[in-house]
Write a protein that binds this ligand. Structure first.
Ligand code: SDX
Length: 372
Protein backbone atom coordinates (compact mmCIF):
# COMPACT_ATOMS: atom_id res chain seq x y z
CA UNK A 1 0.00 0.00 0.00
CA UNK A 2 1.63 3.32 -1.04
CA UNK A 3 1.99 5.97 1.71
CA UNK A 4 -0.97 8.44 1.73
CA UNK A 5 -0.56 12.08 2.87
CA UNK A 6 -3.18 14.84 2.93
CA UNK A 7 -2.11 18.44 2.30
CA UNK A 8 -4.82 21.05 1.58
CA UNK A 9 -4.08 22.66 -1.80
CA UNK A 10 -1.24 20.12 -2.18
CA UNK A 11 0.89 22.67 -0.28
CA UNK A 12 4.47 21.38 0.01
CA UNK A 13 3.64 18.20 -1.97
CA UNK A 14 6.00 17.19 -4.77
CA UNK A 15 3.47 16.06 -7.39
CA UNK A 16 5.92 15.16 -10.14
CA UNK A 17 9.31 15.79 -11.71
CA UNK A 18 10.25 18.38 -14.32
CA UNK A 19 13.38 19.44 -16.20
CA UNK A 20 11.80 22.69 -17.40
CA UNK A 21 12.12 25.10 -14.45
CA UNK A 22 13.28 25.23 -10.84
CA UNK A 23 11.34 27.66 -8.58
CA UNK A 24 13.27 28.12 -5.33
CA UNK A 25 13.64 30.73 -2.57
CA UNK A 26 17.11 31.67 -3.76
CA UNK A 27 16.61 31.42 -7.54
CA UNK A 28 14.34 30.85 -10.52
CA UNK A 29 15.86 29.00 -13.47
CA UNK A 30 14.45 27.90 -16.83
CA UNK A 31 16.32 24.74 -17.92
CA UNK A 32 19.33 25.80 -15.85
CA UNK A 33 19.46 29.43 -16.97
CA UNK A 34 18.90 32.01 -14.21
CA UNK A 35 15.91 34.28 -14.86
CA UNK A 36 17.98 37.48 -14.42
CA UNK A 37 20.48 36.21 -17.01
CA UNK A 38 17.66 35.42 -19.42
CA UNK A 39 15.92 38.77 -18.77
CA UNK A 40 19.11 40.69 -19.54
CA UNK A 41 20.37 38.69 -22.51
CA UNK A 42 17.55 37.06 -24.49
CA UNK A 43 14.28 37.77 -26.28
CA UNK A 44 10.98 36.01 -25.61
CA UNK A 45 11.38 33.94 -28.80
CA UNK A 46 14.72 32.62 -27.52
CA UNK A 47 13.10 31.71 -24.18
CA UNK A 48 10.19 30.01 -25.96
CA UNK A 49 12.71 27.95 -27.96
CA UNK A 50 14.56 27.11 -24.73
CA UNK A 51 11.36 25.88 -23.05
CA UNK A 52 10.17 23.85 -26.05
CA UNK A 53 13.46 22.47 -27.40
CA UNK A 54 15.54 22.33 -24.20
CA UNK A 55 18.16 24.90 -25.15
CA UNK A 56 18.68 28.47 -26.31
CA UNK A 57 18.72 28.68 -30.12
CA UNK A 58 21.72 29.68 -32.21
CA UNK A 59 21.14 32.33 -34.87
CA UNK A 60 20.02 29.82 -37.52
CA UNK A 61 17.65 27.99 -35.15
CA UNK A 62 16.15 31.32 -34.03
CA UNK A 63 15.60 32.37 -37.62
CA UNK A 64 13.83 29.06 -38.37
CA UNK A 65 11.75 29.45 -35.18
CA UNK A 66 10.67 32.94 -36.25
CA UNK A 67 9.83 31.75 -39.74
CA UNK A 68 7.54 29.08 -38.28
CA UNK A 69 5.90 31.65 -36.01
CA UNK A 70 5.33 33.93 -39.00
CA UNK A 71 3.63 31.09 -40.94
CA UNK A 72 1.18 30.60 -38.08
CA UNK A 73 0.19 34.22 -37.51
CA UNK A 74 -2.78 34.32 -39.92
CA UNK A 75 -6.10 33.85 -38.04
CA UNK A 76 -8.82 31.93 -39.98
CA UNK A 77 -11.83 34.14 -40.92
CA UNK A 78 -14.06 31.84 -38.85
CA UNK A 79 -12.04 32.73 -35.75
CA UNK A 80 -12.28 36.46 -36.45
CA UNK A 81 -16.03 36.07 -37.08
CA UNK A 82 -16.33 34.34 -33.71
CA UNK A 83 -14.47 37.21 -32.02
CA UNK A 84 -16.85 39.63 -33.72
CA UNK A 85 -19.94 37.78 -32.43
CA UNK A 86 -18.92 37.70 -28.75
CA UNK A 87 -20.62 40.60 -26.87
CA UNK A 88 -18.21 43.54 -26.35
CA UNK A 89 -18.57 43.45 -22.55
CA UNK A 90 -17.25 39.87 -22.31
CA UNK A 91 -13.96 39.64 -20.36
CA UNK A 92 -10.93 39.20 -22.64
CA UNK A 93 -9.89 35.98 -20.85
CA UNK A 94 -13.28 34.42 -21.69
CA UNK A 95 -12.86 35.65 -25.28
CA UNK A 96 -9.39 34.10 -25.44
CA UNK A 97 -10.71 30.80 -24.07
CA UNK A 98 -13.39 30.70 -26.80
CA UNK A 99 -11.04 31.98 -29.50
CA UNK A 100 -8.41 29.29 -28.86
CA UNK A 101 -11.11 26.65 -28.71
CA UNK A 102 -12.50 27.81 -32.09
CA UNK A 103 -9.01 28.06 -33.60
CA UNK A 104 -8.41 24.47 -32.51
CA UNK A 105 -10.85 23.35 -35.25
CA UNK A 106 -8.44 24.86 -37.78
CA UNK A 107 -5.19 23.56 -36.24
CA UNK A 108 -2.78 23.44 -39.20
CA UNK A 109 -0.37 21.03 -37.50
CA UNK A 110 -1.25 17.39 -38.06
CA UNK A 111 0.30 14.56 -36.04
CA UNK A 112 1.30 13.97 -32.42
CA UNK A 113 5.07 13.42 -32.59
CA UNK A 114 7.20 15.55 -30.24
CA UNK A 115 8.11 17.77 -33.18
CA UNK A 116 4.43 18.06 -34.14
CA UNK A 117 3.65 19.06 -30.54
CA UNK A 118 6.42 21.68 -30.62
CA UNK A 119 5.04 23.11 -33.85
CA UNK A 120 1.54 23.09 -32.39
CA UNK A 121 2.95 25.06 -29.43
CA UNK A 122 4.35 27.65 -31.84
CA UNK A 123 1.02 27.82 -33.66
CA UNK A 124 -0.69 28.40 -30.28
CA UNK A 125 1.84 31.12 -29.43
CA UNK A 126 0.97 32.95 -32.66
CA UNK A 127 -2.76 32.24 -32.30
CA UNK A 128 -3.09 33.55 -28.71
CA UNK A 129 -1.28 36.76 -29.68
CA UNK A 130 -3.40 37.15 -32.82
CA UNK A 131 -6.67 36.64 -30.93
CA UNK A 132 -5.79 39.20 -28.24
CA UNK A 133 -4.82 41.79 -30.87
CA UNK A 134 -7.81 41.11 -33.15
CA UNK A 135 -10.28 41.35 -30.25
CA UNK A 136 -8.70 44.59 -29.05
CA UNK A 137 -9.23 46.13 -32.50
CA UNK A 138 -12.82 44.82 -32.87
CA UNK A 139 -14.07 46.13 -29.49
CA UNK A 140 -12.59 49.50 -30.43
CA UNK A 141 -14.60 49.47 -33.71
CA UNK A 142 -11.42 49.12 -35.77
CA UNK A 143 -10.43 46.68 -38.50
CA UNK A 144 -8.08 43.89 -37.56
CA UNK A 145 -4.44 44.45 -38.55
CA UNK A 146 -2.50 41.87 -40.54
CA UNK A 147 0.91 40.85 -39.18
CA UNK A 148 3.85 42.93 -40.42
CA UNK A 149 6.81 40.81 -41.52
CA UNK A 150 10.10 41.48 -39.74
CA UNK A 151 8.74 42.42 -36.31
CA UNK A 152 9.60 40.30 -33.26
CA UNK A 153 6.78 38.70 -31.26
CA UNK A 154 6.31 41.56 -28.78
CA UNK A 155 6.49 44.22 -31.49
CA UNK A 156 3.98 42.19 -33.52
CA UNK A 157 1.47 42.03 -30.63
CA UNK A 158 1.61 45.79 -30.08
CA UNK A 159 1.58 46.53 -33.82
CA UNK A 160 -1.52 44.40 -34.38
CA UNK A 161 -3.22 46.05 -31.38
CA UNK A 162 -2.32 49.65 -32.11
CA UNK A 163 -2.03 49.64 -35.91
CA UNK A 164 1.40 51.24 -35.72
CA UNK A 165 4.92 50.16 -34.75
CA UNK A 166 5.42 50.44 -30.97
CA UNK A 167 8.14 52.48 -29.28
CA UNK A 168 11.35 50.51 -28.56
CA UNK A 169 10.68 51.00 -24.83
CA UNK A 170 7.17 49.53 -25.04
CA UNK A 171 8.32 46.57 -27.15
CA UNK A 172 11.27 45.85 -24.87
CA UNK A 173 9.19 46.07 -21.68
CA UNK A 174 6.46 43.84 -23.08
CA UNK A 175 9.16 41.37 -24.13
CA UNK A 176 10.61 41.43 -20.60
CA UNK A 177 7.20 40.62 -19.08
CA UNK A 178 6.75 37.75 -21.56
CA UNK A 179 10.14 36.33 -20.53
CA UNK A 180 9.28 36.65 -16.82
CA UNK A 181 5.78 35.15 -17.23
CA UNK A 182 6.78 32.27 -19.52
CA UNK A 183 7.24 29.41 -17.06
CA UNK A 184 6.96 28.62 -13.35
CA UNK A 185 6.97 24.81 -12.93
CA UNK A 186 3.88 23.32 -11.17
CA UNK A 187 1.77 26.49 -10.74
CA UNK A 188 -1.99 25.88 -10.82
CA UNK A 189 -2.56 26.46 -14.56
CA UNK A 190 0.47 24.43 -15.61
CA UNK A 191 -0.46 21.57 -13.29
CA UNK A 192 -3.99 21.64 -14.74
CA UNK A 193 -2.50 21.43 -18.23
CA UNK A 194 -0.36 18.48 -17.17
CA UNK A 195 -3.45 16.69 -15.89
CA UNK A 196 -4.98 17.09 -19.36
CA UNK A 197 -1.81 15.65 -20.95
CA UNK A 198 -1.79 12.76 -18.46
CA UNK A 199 -5.18 11.51 -19.75
CA UNK A 200 -3.71 11.53 -23.32
CA UNK A 201 -6.02 14.39 -24.34
CA UNK A 202 -4.86 17.08 -26.81
CA UNK A 203 -2.73 20.22 -26.43
CA UNK A 204 -5.53 22.64 -27.43
CA UNK A 205 -7.70 21.22 -24.62
CA UNK A 206 -4.69 21.60 -22.32
CA UNK A 207 -4.22 25.27 -23.24
CA UNK A 208 -7.95 26.05 -22.93
CA UNK A 209 -7.76 24.45 -19.44
CA UNK A 210 -4.73 26.59 -18.65
CA UNK A 211 -6.57 29.77 -19.71
CA UNK A 212 -9.56 28.94 -17.52
CA UNK A 213 -7.25 28.24 -14.57
CA UNK A 214 -4.96 31.27 -14.98
CA UNK A 215 -7.99 33.62 -15.10
CA UNK A 216 -8.61 33.37 -11.35
CA UNK A 217 -7.51 36.39 -9.24
CA UNK A 218 -5.53 34.09 -6.93
CA UNK A 219 -3.41 33.22 -9.97
CA UNK A 220 -2.82 35.15 -13.21
CA UNK A 221 -5.88 37.38 -12.76
CA UNK A 222 -3.94 39.14 -9.97
CA UNK A 223 -2.16 41.51 -12.43
CA UNK A 224 -5.53 42.99 -13.41
CA UNK A 225 -6.83 42.95 -9.82
CA UNK A 226 -3.67 44.69 -8.57
CA UNK A 227 -4.09 47.50 -11.12
CA UNK A 228 -7.82 47.79 -10.35
CA UNK A 229 -6.74 48.25 -6.71
CA UNK A 230 -4.11 50.93 -7.49
CA UNK A 231 -6.41 52.84 -9.85
CA UNK A 232 -8.72 53.68 -6.90
CA UNK A 233 -6.11 56.08 -5.50
CA UNK A 234 -4.92 59.54 -6.52
CA UNK A 235 -2.57 60.03 -3.55
CA UNK A 236 -0.22 57.79 -1.51
CA UNK A 237 -2.12 58.88 1.62
CA UNK A 238 -5.34 57.36 0.25
CA UNK A 239 -3.46 54.13 -0.51
CA UNK A 240 -1.95 54.02 2.97
CA UNK A 241 -5.37 54.48 4.61
CA UNK A 242 -6.87 51.79 2.39
CA UNK A 243 -4.16 49.19 3.04
CA UNK A 244 -4.46 49.61 6.82
CA UNK A 245 -8.24 49.21 6.60
CA UNK A 246 -7.53 46.06 4.58
CA UNK A 247 -5.29 44.78 7.34
CA UNK A 248 -8.00 45.43 9.92
CA UNK A 249 -10.50 43.49 7.80
CA UNK A 250 -7.90 40.70 7.25
CA UNK A 251 -8.61 40.82 3.50
CA UNK A 252 -6.06 39.78 0.87
CA UNK A 253 -4.17 42.27 -1.28
CA UNK A 254 -3.82 41.24 -4.92
CA UNK A 255 -0.30 41.10 -6.35
CA UNK A 256 1.25 40.04 -3.03
CA UNK A 257 2.23 36.72 -1.53
CA UNK A 258 3.14 33.42 -3.16
CA UNK A 259 2.73 29.73 -2.36
CA UNK A 260 6.46 29.09 -2.85
CA UNK A 261 8.32 32.40 -2.53
CA UNK A 262 8.29 33.62 1.09
CA UNK A 263 11.12 36.18 0.77
CA UNK A 264 10.05 37.81 -2.49
CA UNK A 265 9.51 36.88 -6.14
CA UNK A 266 12.71 37.10 -8.25
CA UNK A 267 10.64 38.28 -11.21
CA UNK A 268 9.07 41.12 -9.24
CA UNK A 269 12.51 42.52 -8.35
CA UNK A 270 13.60 42.48 -11.99
CA UNK A 271 10.39 44.04 -13.33
CA UNK A 272 10.05 46.65 -10.56
CA UNK A 273 13.47 48.11 -11.42
CA UNK A 274 12.34 48.58 -15.05
CA UNK A 275 8.96 49.92 -13.91
CA UNK A 276 10.66 52.65 -11.87
CA UNK A 277 12.66 53.71 -14.94
CA UNK A 278 9.51 53.71 -17.09
CA UNK A 279 7.61 55.86 -14.53
CA UNK A 280 10.55 58.30 -14.43
CA UNK A 281 10.74 58.42 -18.25
CA UNK A 282 6.97 59.11 -18.47
CA UNK A 283 6.92 61.62 -15.60
CA UNK A 284 4.54 59.30 -13.73
CA UNK A 285 6.43 59.14 -10.44
CA UNK A 286 3.13 59.78 -8.61
CA UNK A 287 2.11 56.24 -9.53
CA UNK A 288 5.30 54.89 -7.93
CA UNK A 289 4.48 56.82 -4.75
CA UNK A 290 1.06 55.10 -4.67
CA UNK A 291 2.67 51.74 -5.57
CA UNK A 292 5.14 52.11 -2.68
CA UNK A 293 2.39 53.24 -0.26
CA UNK A 294 0.83 49.78 -0.65
CA UNK A 295 4.07 47.80 -0.91
CA UNK A 296 5.83 49.29 2.14
CA UNK A 297 3.27 48.24 4.82
CA UNK A 298 2.82 44.83 3.16
CA UNK A 299 6.55 44.15 3.36
CA UNK A 300 7.40 45.92 6.62
CA UNK A 301 4.28 45.16 8.69
CA UNK A 302 3.14 41.83 7.18
CA UNK A 303 6.37 40.43 5.66
CA UNK A 304 4.34 39.63 2.54
CA UNK A 305 6.17 40.51 -0.65
CA UNK A 306 5.05 41.55 -4.14
CA UNK A 307 4.79 38.76 -6.70
CA UNK A 308 5.38 39.39 -10.40
CA UNK A 309 1.78 40.52 -10.93
CA UNK A 310 2.15 43.62 -8.75
CA UNK A 311 4.76 45.48 -10.87
CA UNK A 312 3.34 44.00 -14.07
CA UNK A 313 -0.10 45.58 -13.68
CA UNK A 314 1.33 49.08 -13.33
CA UNK A 315 3.87 48.46 -16.12
CA UNK A 316 1.11 47.59 -18.60
CA UNK A 317 -0.96 50.53 -17.33
CA UNK A 318 1.91 52.96 -18.01
CA UNK A 319 2.19 51.39 -21.49
CA UNK A 320 -1.45 52.46 -22.00
CA UNK A 321 -2.75 48.91 -22.31
CA UNK A 322 -6.37 48.23 -21.22
CA UNK A 323 -6.61 46.42 -17.87
CA UNK A 324 -8.57 43.44 -19.17
CA UNK A 325 -5.70 42.68 -21.58
CA UNK A 326 -3.17 42.06 -18.78
CA UNK A 327 -4.00 38.44 -18.00
CA UNK A 328 -4.43 37.59 -21.70
CA UNK A 329 -0.87 38.89 -22.20
CA UNK A 330 0.17 36.54 -19.38
CA UNK A 331 -1.45 33.75 -21.47
CA UNK A 332 0.49 34.86 -24.58
CA UNK A 333 3.62 34.12 -22.57
CA UNK A 334 2.65 31.16 -20.37
CA UNK A 335 1.28 29.21 -23.34
CA UNK A 336 4.95 28.31 -23.97
CA UNK A 337 5.38 26.93 -20.44
CA UNK A 338 2.07 25.08 -20.63
CA UNK A 339 3.05 23.51 -23.96
CA UNK A 340 6.50 22.50 -22.70
CA UNK A 341 4.92 20.80 -19.66
CA UNK A 342 2.26 19.18 -21.86
CA UNK A 343 5.02 17.64 -23.98
CA UNK A 344 7.06 16.59 -20.91
CA UNK A 345 4.01 14.94 -19.32
CA UNK A 346 2.92 13.27 -22.58
CA UNK A 347 6.37 11.76 -23.10
CA UNK A 348 6.92 10.64 -19.48
CA UNK A 349 3.36 9.89 -18.58
CA UNK A 350 1.51 8.43 -15.61
CA UNK A 351 -2.17 9.35 -15.26
CA UNK A 352 -2.49 12.07 -12.60
CA UNK A 353 -5.22 10.90 -10.23
CA UNK A 354 -4.73 11.71 -6.49
CA UNK A 355 -6.86 10.37 -3.68
CA UNK A 356 -9.36 12.33 -1.58
CA UNK A 357 -10.30 12.14 2.11
CA UNK A 358 -14.02 11.34 2.49
CA UNK A 359 -15.78 13.54 5.09
CA UNK A 360 -19.41 12.95 3.93
CA UNK A 361 -22.36 10.99 5.35
CA UNK A 362 -21.63 7.54 6.87
CA UNK A 363 -22.94 4.50 4.99
CA UNK A 364 -26.80 4.42 4.93
CA UNK A 365 -29.58 2.36 3.20
CA UNK A 366 -31.73 3.78 0.35
CA UNK A 367 -35.34 4.35 1.60
CA UNK A 368 -38.22 3.93 -0.91
CA UNK A 369 -39.23 7.35 -2.32
CA UNK A 370 -42.58 7.22 -0.46
CA UNK A 371 -40.63 7.12 2.80
CA UNK A 372 -38.13 9.95 2.00
C1 SDX B 1 0.73 33.79 -9.56
O1 SDX B 1 2.23 29.27 -8.27
C2 SDX B 1 2.80 30.11 -9.02
O2 SDX B 1 3.96 29.99 -9.32
C3 SDX B 1 1.90 31.25 -9.53
C4 SDX B 1 2.58 32.31 -10.34
C5 SDX B 1 3.06 31.77 -11.67
O3 SDX B 1 4.02 32.35 -12.24
O4 SDX B 1 2.41 30.83 -12.19
O5 SDX B 1 3.68 32.83 -9.61
C6 SDX B 1 1.63 33.45 -10.69
O6 SDX B 1 -0.34 33.27 -9.49
C7 SDX B 1 1.22 34.73 -8.49
C8 SDX B 1 0.19 34.90 -7.33
C9 SDX B 1 -0.88 35.90 -7.78
N1 SDX B 1 -1.97 35.95 -6.80
C10 SDX B 1 -2.16 37.02 -5.98
O7 SDX B 1 -1.43 38.01 -5.96
C11 SDX B 1 -3.40 36.93 -5.10
C12 SDX B 1 -3.07 37.34 -3.65
N2 SDX B 1 -2.17 36.32 -3.10
C13 SDX B 1 -2.74 35.40 -2.16
O8 SDX B 1 -4.05 35.02 -2.47
C14 SDX B 1 -1.76 34.27 -1.80
O9 SDX B 1 -0.56 34.85 -1.48
C15 SDX B 1 -1.53 33.15 -2.80
C16 SDX B 1 -2.79 32.55 -3.30
C17 SDX B 1 -0.73 33.63 -3.96
C18 SDX B 1 -0.72 32.07 -2.07
O10 SDX B 1 -1.52 31.66 -1.08
P1 SDX B 1 -1.15 30.49 -0.02
O11 SDX B 1 0.18 29.91 -0.28
O12 SDX B 1 -2.31 29.55 0.01
O13 SDX B 1 -1.00 31.29 1.32
P2 SDX B 1 -2.20 31.59 2.29
O14 SDX B 1 -3.39 32.15 1.54
O15 SDX B 1 -2.43 30.39 3.14
O16 SDX B 1 -1.60 32.79 3.16
C19 SDX B 1 -0.71 32.52 4.25
C20 SDX B 1 -0.89 33.71 5.18
C21 SDX B 1 -2.36 33.96 5.51
O17 SDX B 1 -2.41 34.60 6.78
P3 SDX B 1 -3.03 33.76 8.04
O18 SDX B 1 -4.45 33.37 7.64
O19 SDX B 1 -2.10 32.54 8.18
O20 SDX B 1 -2.97 34.73 9.16
O21 SDX B 1 -0.46 34.92 4.52
C22 SDX B 1 -1.59 35.77 4.33
C23 SDX B 1 -2.83 34.93 4.49
O22 SDX B 1 -3.91 35.73 4.92
N3 SDX B 1 -1.52 36.27 2.95
C24 SDX B 1 -1.97 37.45 2.56
C25 SDX B 1 -1.72 37.51 1.18
N4 SDX B 1 -1.17 36.36 0.78
C26 SDX B 1 -1.05 35.58 1.87
N5 SDX B 1 -2.53 38.47 3.24
C27 SDX B 1 -2.86 39.57 2.53
N6 SDX B 1 -2.66 39.69 1.20
C28 SDX B 1 -2.10 38.69 0.51
N7 SDX B 1 -1.90 38.82 -0.81
Amino acid sequence: MTETIFKPGLEGVIAGETAIAAVEQQSLCYRGYNIADLANNTTFEEVAHLLLYGDLPNAQQLSMFNESLAQFRHLPDAVIDTLRKIPTDVNMMDVLRTGVSMAGHFDPVKGESVDDLRRRAMWLMATCAGIVAARYRLINQKDTVDPLPGLNHSEQILYQCLGEKPSPTAARLLDLTLILYAEHEYNASTFATRIVASTMSDMVSGVVTGIGTLKGPLHGGANEAAMEMLSQFTTPEQADAWIHERFAKKEKVMGFGHRVYKNGDHRAHILEAELRKLAEEKGQQKWMAIYDAIKKPMVEEKKIFPNVDYPCGLTYYLLDLPIDMYTPLFVCSRVTGWAAHFIEQATHNRLIRPLSKYIGEPSRPVAPIAER
